[in-house]
Design a protein around this ligand. Structure first.
Ligand code: PHE
Length: 375
């Protein structure tokens, strides 16, 4: 019996020490200490011994059992911590974890598309400041102080900024008449001030677009936001005409919507253009019919439903435009007798809403991934 215990001791300690993982270790625990384990069998046999032998071997056998249990525990915790610190082998066949890849926001994508179309038509892309002076946003665009047309743009004014940058801007455009003009600061209500800024620094002929953020102090609803994007266009030369405006706009929409689209010019008013126009495009959903045909359900008859995109009119208002007003050329020190040009301003969100059938402008800024991930 003593020899059996001695042999078990040698063999078990050796095997436990060699165990490379927790599973092997657990099998060994069952082999020696389990209900049918080898040591368990020895301990059970103790009762067959004489009293004297029981006294002699019993405590030694119990001590061995305790040692074996302790050894199992210490090796088990060693193996477990090695496994968690990655020292055990790596399973190279395990599939990797997917990395979540982001993408550009829909508005950024549409803006890029618009840039690319105009660049292909030889337009340059320029930008200007979002914090703008009253002079560039209004006065230079033929919208003097107290002119009722200012009501067309509800404005966010910056506080306590009377004449902040007076000196600097006066020098930039070298006009001493400006000292009489207020340089109060505001958040630009449109991208049109960049027309003046660009003309101050460049000579015609040129054609530019100006994508950028604009701000209006308005209540929001499904089609109005306080922050939104516009794309301004300006083309100036010796003989730029309304016909050129028509061609450029028609070509732009044809490329944007990938098909020929009818446009319509209506007389409108903006102080910085004459004549002023509103540009409509034929509704991209109903094709200008103002109605959408739908197969009926029960009687499978055709029913005509009103078009919800163009509100049954068949046309979508899409941009303001016109021929640059002589006063605007004067403010930029161009001779209005020598140059003429056209300008337009479109709302980026409106274009994206029409192109992708988006019903509410506020979705763009909701940060809702369910919306953003669709594009
Ligand atoms: N700036 C005008 C607006 O925001 C749009 C416009 C631009 C109209 C250029 C005519 C010419 O309402």
């Amino acid at each position: 019996m003593e020899i059996r215990i001695e042999e078990l001791k040698k063999q078990s300690f050796k095997l436990i020490e060699e165990a490379k993982d927790l599973k092997t270790l657990e099998n060994l625990r069952v082999r020696y200490l389990g209900r049918k384990g080898e040591l368990t069998a020895v301990l059970r046999d103790l009762k067959n011994l004489s009293l004297e032998d029981k006294r002699k071997i019993g405590p030694a056998a119990q001590k061995f059992r305790q040692e074996l249990e302790d050894f199992f525990d210490s090796v088990a915790s060693k193996l477990a911590s090695a496994a968690s610190s990655g020292k055990t082998s790596i399973d190279v066949t395990m599939p990797g974890r997917k990395i979540a890849v982001g993408h550009l926001h829909l508005l950024t994508m549409v803006e890029k598309e618009i840039r690319d179309i105009f660049k292909a038509m030889n337009f340059s892309v320029v930008d200007g400041p979002e914090v703008e002076s009253e002079y560039y946003n209004f006065d230079a665009l033929n919208i003097p102080q107290n002119h009722p047309a200012r009501d067309m743009w509800d404005t966010f004014w910056l506080q306590d900024n009377q004449n902040v940058a007076n000196g600097k801007w006066q020098m930039a455009n070298g006009n001493d008449k400006l000292s009489a003009i207020s340089h109060r600061l505001l958040l630009r209500t449109h991208t049109s001030p960049v027309q003046i800024r660009y003309m101050e620094m460049h000579k015609p002929p040129f054609q530019i677009i100006v994508p950028g953020k604009v701000f209006r102090f308005e209540a929001t609803d499904a089609s109005h936001e306080t922050n939104f994007y516009q794309v301004e266009g300006l083309m100036v030369g010796k003989d730029v005409s309304l016909a050129n405006l028509k061609f450029v706009i028609r070509e732009f929409f044809k490329r944007l919507f990938d098909k020929k689209i009818n446009i319509r010019l209506r007389p409108s008013y903006f102080p910085f253009v004459e004549p002023g126009l509103e540009v409509d495009v034929q509704c991209v959903k109903c094709g200008g019919k103002g109605l959408i045909s739908q197969s009926g359900t029960a009687d499978s008859a055709k029913r005509n439903l009103g078009c919800n995109i163009c509100k049954n009119s068949g046309w979508l208002e899409i941009m303001g435009a016109g021929m640059v007003h002589p006063r605007v050329f004067e403010a930029a020190h161009y001779n209005p007798e020598e140059y003429q040009g056209f300008a337009f301003g479109l709302g980026l969100e409106r274009i994206a809403m029409i192109k992708y059938g988006i019903p509410d402008i506020r979705l763009f800024y909701s940060g809702d991934l369910r919306f953003i991930n669709q594009f």
